[in-house]
Design a protein around this ligand. Structure first.
Ligand SMILES: C[S@@+](CC[C@H](N)C(=O)[O-])C[C@H]1O[C@@H](n2cnc3c(N)ncnc32)[C@H](O)[C@@H]1O
Length: 294
């Protein structure tokens, strides 16, 4: 009888049950790139294997080749499952806090002064969180707006658009229910003001306040496709997503963001992201904060 250690056993089971050949891996990389813009390379092979074997088991398929054949049938539903499985959705409330500080200390006070009144007689504010994942980013923006504008908010026509390519994370964002641990690090005043707490057995949940939800519209949107909104936006958060794209896709997106931003509008990127050669069209006003010239 063959005696496997746990590690050997899972390796042996993997080898038997689902083998990821080079051809299948290459097909998957191309499929991911064409459908999402995400570039996968050899060091993501283990991740692809882990994330897709779940679907292969759910579909009761025998191999990656069977799964690739299914993807080639081009069903929208299958493609959505695939995209939801392959995207990386890491996020948190007030991630890269200096961006929210910049909104509070510079941008919102400046927009207050400008008083750009729209047809409703209110001060217009439009913010887009373009890879919003499970919603922590747009909710952090909403809390920042509430905290900065306080009672004055009723004189504002403020809206946040939150979009993502992954329908699962969008649904989670829309629901606004989180494990308490996700907000543990927030100041008590924010926790009290913007979250309801609930205990469900051993699990400690929080639900975001409707006043935050009322500011946000969650929509499915692939950044590679055409964008239905006309803008202009005062602020665009495009954080920790372009890092998955190649230079060509990044530059195309920067040019489209530029068009959609109001003169003087802001673009926030993630901590390890940069504008590359597009930097010449923006003014850098802080760490990964860029302003379209007026
Ligand atoms: C790492 S999360 C970043 C979340 C948030 N912006 C932050 O910085 O915390 C990246 C998100 O980008 C989304 N994404 C990846 N490719 C996309 C595309 N082509 N269009 C729209 N969203 C995409 C993923 O689904 C994922 O939720």
């Amino acid at each position: 009888m063959v005696n496997y250690t746990n590690h050997d056993k899972s390796a042996a089971q993997r080898a038997e049950v689902v083998r990821l050949s080079d051809d299948d891996f290459n097909f998957i990389c191309t499929f991911v790139y064409q459908s999402t813009g995400i570039v996968l390379n050899a060091n993501k092979r283990e991740m692809v294997y882990r994330r897709l074997t779940r679907i292969i088991r759910d579909r009761k398929l025998k191999s990656f080749s069977d799964y690739c054949a299914l993807l080639k049938e081009n069903s929208e539903q299958e493609k959505n499952y695939f995209i939801n499985a392959i995207t990386t959705n890491l996020t948190s409330f007030f991630r890269e806090e200096h961006h929210f500080d910049y909104l509070t200390e510079h941008e919102l006070p400046q927009l207050k002064k400008l008083k750009r009144v729209d047809s409703t007689g209110k001060n217009r504010l439009r913010i887009w969180s373009c890879a919003s994942s499970t919603g922590e980013e747009p909710y952090s923006i909403a809390m920042t707006i509430f905290e900065a504008l306080k009672q004055e908010l009723n004189q504002w026509d403020a809206k946040i658009l939150a979009t993502d390519i992954d329908s699962n994370v969008l649904a989670k964002g829309k629901a606004g229910v989180y494990d308490f641990k996700r907000i543990e690090h927030l100041p008590l005043a924010l926790k009290k003001m913007y979250f309801y707490q609930s205990n469900d057995g051993n699990q400690h949940y929080v639900k975001v306040h409707e006043k935050l939800q009322n500011l946000i519209t969650f929509k499915l949107l692939n950044l590679l496709h055409s964008w239905p909104m006309k803008g202009p936006f005062d602020v665009i958060f495009c954080r920790n997503v372009i890092i998955y794209f190649d230079k060509k896709t990044q530059q195309e997106l920067f040019s489209r963001f530029y068009e959609l931003l109001t003169p003087g509008g802001l673009l926030f990127l993630g901590h390890s992201e940069s504008l590359g050669h597009y930097q010449q069209y923006f003014e850098c006003v802080g760490r990964t904060i860029f302003r379209k010239p007026k």
